[in-house]
Design a protein around this ligand. Sequence first.
Ligand code: CMC
Length: 428
Amino acid sequence: MKTAKIILDGKEYEFPVIEGTEGEKAIDISNLRSQTGYITLDEGYANSGATLSEITFLDGEKGILRYRGYPIEELAEKSTFMEVAYLLIYGELPTEREFQDFRQSIFHHTMIHEDLKRLYDHFPKDSHPMAILASMINTLSGYYVDSMNPLKRDQQEVSIRRLLAKTPTIAAYSHKKSIGHPMVYPDNKRSYIGNFLRMMFSVPAEDYEIDPVVEKAIDLLLILHADHEQNCSTSTVRLVGSSQANLYASIASGVNALWGPLHGGANQAVIEMLEHIYEDGGNTAKFVEMAKDKTSGFRLMGFGHRVYKNFDPRAKIIKRATDEVLAKMGINDPLLEIAQKLEEVALNDEYFKERNLYPNVDFYSGIIYRAVGIPTNMFTVMFALGRMPGWIAQWREMINNPKTRIGRPRQIYTGANQRSFVERSKRG
Ligand code: CMC
């Protein structure tokens, strides 16, 4: 077995080298502290593998993303979000029978408890829908005390279905609440996305036809967001779940982690930035210069990625889809032009080239969401809808692994040494 040697205080220690199925290498330091008394320090965890995982493979240098071995490009072209959800959670593409059973078992749970519905009345009208989503998902644990034990397989399965089924309902209700429209009950005859669109956009006074272009575009975006291995929100779900908190509580924590503008909140921040540039006269070069100036506090939102250092394969697919969707819908969005100009200026700029900063998944997704009528403050909720199967799959892998231990990083303390308490009257 290949090993890595570390010499500390003149003494040599050996640690096993682990290799993944795609040749990724790691030094297994599980016994580092017990053998040497040392720990490792890796702020932001850029060099630390938190787990072995069979779910998603990502090669940031080559721009590769695969779910359970299937390239994202193939899934985007040939699959559907529901099928991808099954694939991520259970490891294989479903047979027709498995797919229908899965679909039916999810649709059985699309309604939310009427009391839960009344909770919406207690949020102020302009509450951010991510605040509502996280609160409502957490609150589900209060309604389903029968399936709270994360270690029981049957309780896991029902909780998984409830989450997949109720998240679109919860998300659409938060939008309806914010615009003062009546909430629309789910319609189980529709597709997963069709049902969501109907709950979002239909009103009792009018007929509602689902536009297949819109349905397909949302399905594609959700597929592209469905998993991304150990990102901030997924690691949060795993960490909270490792304490054996119930699934709803773990996922609600993931929703909160996603909300930040450096993570899923970037899609809202991108559109706000593009609107700002547009209103300012459209001088993209000015904003690129500002992003390079560290004292400005401004970053190009939708640019850069911790792992992708060449291109983000999801961004490539979304960029193509943006052109198609806008053309099919006959929309001419000036923000698309701003985004294209911004991308061109940044990609030809030494600062961005040197640091390998490229458009990420969030750069163009907002243009599609805008085109299909999703309000800007719902963009990150759309990300959460898409990421749900990934969070669930990663949680399920973690909780069913007998080797899982509670996640508990260490630290290097840099504060004051021991000192004695001084009475307040004697201080200063
Ligand atoms: N604009 C300007 N400079 C940037 C940007 C940006 N968007 N992103 C990184 N940099 C610079 C950064 O200042 C640093 O420069 P220097 O080496 O001179 O100090 C260098 O590039 C490396 O950046 P970092 O912050 O150390 O990189 P990170 O891996 O810690 O952060 C990131 C990754 C995605 C948080 C960051 O690129 C960023 O803030 N991007 C904008 C927000 C965004 O689009 N987030 C969505 C990420 S993709 C979807 C998701 O994960 O949810």
